[in-house]
Design a binder for this molecule. Structure first.
Ligand code: 6PG
Length: 252
């Protein structure tokens, strides 16, 4: 993946990683809102986004963005009801949307409670209606799993299918369940994309993604290459520990 233009930010530990991700959201939101009166973000699931959400909902960051101008979408969702502890919407609602008192009209969740294929089609319709086709997000937030998945594009679920789909409902063997996910077509149409990867369990995948041969089927996160946008990786020292390139060596 080493031919994709990206900025790599290496933070010393998990708290600093979450802070950097949250600061980046504020920076992109403020830059965007200086040019247009709306900021469309796709939220991610996972531990770093959860921690970043909490920082965004607290002082000082909460006072730095006019949240009434922000619309919240999702990069992926588990096929569960919005009240389920597994739900990415529930996590975002508890850590960000409810504390910031975001109006329901500003939130566009994937309906994990519905039949997966129907939910994917429905969300694609929401994206077309609200953002156009291809839908262009101002910022898509992503994480990366230890297996190199991102959003719910998992190894073996053929993330490369270059069809017109905007949202997909892959069956994920490792969890024996379907998931809902934005497709690469949507992710790569975004103006900004951030990928957060923290923890030693990500070190092997990160090394292969950054320094190994390109293999998006093995590491779907490698499909992320926003054509006209900016890609920012946020990693901590533990995740970067096996990297050889200076690009992402922790600052000494
Ligand atoms: C999800 C996320 C998923 C997540 C990665 C990293 O629904 O779980 O979309 O892609 O971002 O698995 O998660 P952690 O940051 O918790 O390792």
């Amino acid at each position: 993946m080493n031919d994709v233009s990206r900025r790599v930010h290496v933070l010393p530990d998990a708290p600093a990683l979450a802070q950097a991700v949250a600061d980046h959201v504020v920076d992109v939101a403020r830059f965007t809102l200086a040019h247009k009166k709306r900021f469309d973000i796709a939220l991610a699931g996972g531990s770093t986004p959860r921690a970043a959400n909490a920082l965004l909902a607290a002082l000082p960051l909460r006072d730095l963005v006019d949240w009434a101008l922000v619309r919240f979408f999702f990069s992926d969702e588990r096929c569960v009801p919005p009240t389920d502890d597994e739900s990415n919407f529930k996590m975002a609602d508890e850590t960000l949307l409810e504390p910031l008192e975001i109006a329901e009209t500003q939130v566009f969740r994937m309906r994990g409670e519905d039949e997966p294929a129907a939910a994917a089609r429905a969300y694609a319709g929401v994206l077309r209606r609200e953002l156009g086709d291809p839908p262009v997000f101002d910022l898509v937030m992503l994480g990366m799993g230890p297996d190199g998945h991102t959003a719910s594009l998992f190894p073996g679920t053929d993330p490369l299918t270059d069809d017109d789909a905007l949202v997909r409902a892959p069956y994920v063997e490792k969890f024996s369940t379907h998931r809902l996910t934005l497709t690469p077509r949507v992710i790569n149409a975004a103006r900004y994309v951030s990928i957060a990867a923290g923890g030693a369990e990500k070190a092997d995948a990160l090394r292969e993604v950054f320094e190994g041969p390109r293999d998006p089927l093995k590491h779907p996160v490698e499909i992320v290459a926003p054509a006209g946008g900016k890609l920012d990786w946020f990693v901590d020292a533990a995740a970067a520990a096996k990297l050889q390139t200076t690009e992402a060596r922790p600052a000494t």
